[in-house]
Design a protein around this ligand. Structure first.
Ligand code: NDP
Ligand code: 2IT
Length: 444
């Protein structure tokens, strides 16, 4: 395989899909060496079969808003690869959603899910519907209309969706309710469900907690403690909130949060009490992060990004490409020691290069945020067994999995000067498992 040839070919076949090409390029560059040691991979064109999704469903969703107007949105489900288990991955509702973004997410998900040690393939779905400013009833009607189309393509052993940007417990519950009614089965085809109807304890917390468990493993390799570290967290949704919660529990000091309008900087640190306010503001009132600054009298920067501030650790937890080369240079210069990605592909390739050249501790999303989908896997297991584990049991398993992912990254990512290239480690480890499984299962 010659990476540039494969990428150029994909660019011709899929023009106008920059995020997809970005994700594919990063993975192929880091697996090139290993791939080329295995001529049996090339003989069956494994690379194209792994980069191009198995199939993509695209459909129109029609729903009625509160004023009685009929609205339409585009929606998709990308079933990327199910060699090692059912397609598994979240659903995103955001105005920016398009096939390129969902293809990059489904591609990444395949490697991430492979890393979790659990039998899950990769998929992703979503719609350009924006929940922002919509009433509860509108969100419910949209979710129901979305499932009216999607339900026949998903199932407990075929494709198991979950949440992502714009899709949390409320949306999963509406979608699952409609799915259950149409499919006439009750086996937990969604994860991130409410605790009363098959959800798992710790699933809401899992992505943020898992990211901090992974960060702890990285810090351990340098003998550094997390206590007292000032942390720059972006976003203020599910991942950012539980990232902050775990940081606070461990004695670290989160000092920033953001949303798509701007960011807050609280030099005194976001405490548990302040975080409770953020959770109420974002999950119930559905307000803006600016209101935090008004309430606690701290700095708010409209349109700004948290990377302008100074911190020991950066935890991007909002969206793709939210941290660019200039941000990375500023972080390195101001003494930041670690970056652990809660979001999917939040750092641009140029930013990643800056972190790695500076020999920083840098964990890509597919390793660091895998705790979310791993706990979804644990939710599937509990649903299949028709029982529920305690909080402690799930949390213990999550810790074990994050430790295991870290070990895989070290195994495949350690360089000759003892630096751990977590990008290479995660990509090679994730790839090898899927590649071997594809090879074993023949040309299909
Ligand atoms: P939420 O919808 O709960 O929160 C998203 C946050 O990011 C919000 O604060 C939102 O601000 C902000 N944001 C979203 N899009 C943009 C944008 N284009 N520009 C600036 N800010 C933006 O989503 P999650 O917390 O679940 O997801 C955050 C990231 O983590 C995503 O990359 C997701 O793919 C990833 N992830 C999520 C997992 C999960 O289990 N939920 C698992 C693994 C990864 P606003 O409210 O203004 O839109
Ligand atoms: O990006 C992700 O890993 C998620 N949004 C979670 C997917 C899942 O199936 O729990």
């Amino acid at each position: 395989m010659k990476v540039q040839e494969v990428v150029n070919n994909l660019k011709c076949r899929f023009p106008n899909e920059p995020e997809y090409i970005q994700a594919v390029t990063e993975v192929l560059e880091s697996i090139e060496e290993v791939y080329n040691l295995h001529p049996e991979f090339e003989r069956v064109n494994l690379v194209e079969r792994l980069c191009i999704p198995d199939r993509i469903f695209s459909f129109r969703v029609t729903w009625v808003d509160d004023k009685g107007r009929v609205q339409t949105n585009m929606a998709y489900r990308v079933q990327h690869n199910n060699t090692i288990g059912p397609y598994k991955g979240g659903i995103r509702f955001h105005s920016s959603v398009n096939p390129s973004i969902l293809k990059f997410l489904a591609f990444e998900q395949t490697f991430k899910n492979s890393l979790t040690t659990l039998p899950m393939g990769g998929g992703k779905g979503g719609s350009d519907f924006s929940p922002r400013g919509k009433s509860n009833a509108e969100v419910m009607r949209f979710c129901q209309a979305f499932i009216l189309e999607l339900w026949r393509h998903i199932g407990p052993d075929t494709d198991v969706p979950a949440g992502d940007i714009g899709v949390g417990g409320r949306e999963v519950a509406y979608m699952y309710g409609m799915y259950r009614k149409l499919a006439r089965e009750n086996t937990g085809t969604f994860t991130g469900k409410g605790i009363e109807f098959g959800g798992s304890l710790v699933r809401p917390e899992a992505t943020g907690y898992g990211n901090i468990y992974f960060l702890l493993e990285m810090l351990k390799t340098k003998g550094i403690s997390i206590e007292g570290k000032r942390c720059l967290v972006s976003g203020s949704g599910n991942v950012a909130q539980y990232t902050c919660e775990k940081l606070i529990q461990l004695g670290a000091i989160p000092v920033t949060l953001s949303d798509s309008d701007g960011y807050i900087y609280d030099p005194d640190g976001i405490t548990k009490e302040k975080l409770d306010y953020v959770m109420e503001l974002k999950n119930i009132e559905r307000g803006r992060i600016r209101e935090y600054a008004e309430k606690y009298n701290c700095k708010y920067v409209a349109g700004g990004r948290v990377w302008s501030e100074t911190g020991d650790i950066a935890l991007p937890s909002a969206t793709q490409n939210e941290l660019n080369e200039d941000d990375a240079i500023r972080l390195v210069k101001s003494g930041c020691i670690a970056v652990s990605e809660g979001a999917n592909m939040p750092s641009t390739p140029e930013a990643v290069a800056v972190f790695q050249e500076a020999k920083m501790l840098y964990a890509p999303g597919k390793a660091a945020n895998a705790g979310g989908v791993a706990t979804s896997g644990l939710e599937m297991t509990q649903n299949s067994m028709r029982l529920s584990w305690t909080r402690e049991e799930v949390d213990e398993k999550l810790k074990r999995i994050m430790k295991d992912i870290h070990e895989q990254c070290v195994k495949y990512g350690k360089t000759s000067d003892d630096y751990i290239d977590y990008v290479k480690g995660a990509n090679v480890a994730g790839f090898m498992k899927v590649a071997k499984a594809m090879l074993a299962q023949g040309i299909i």
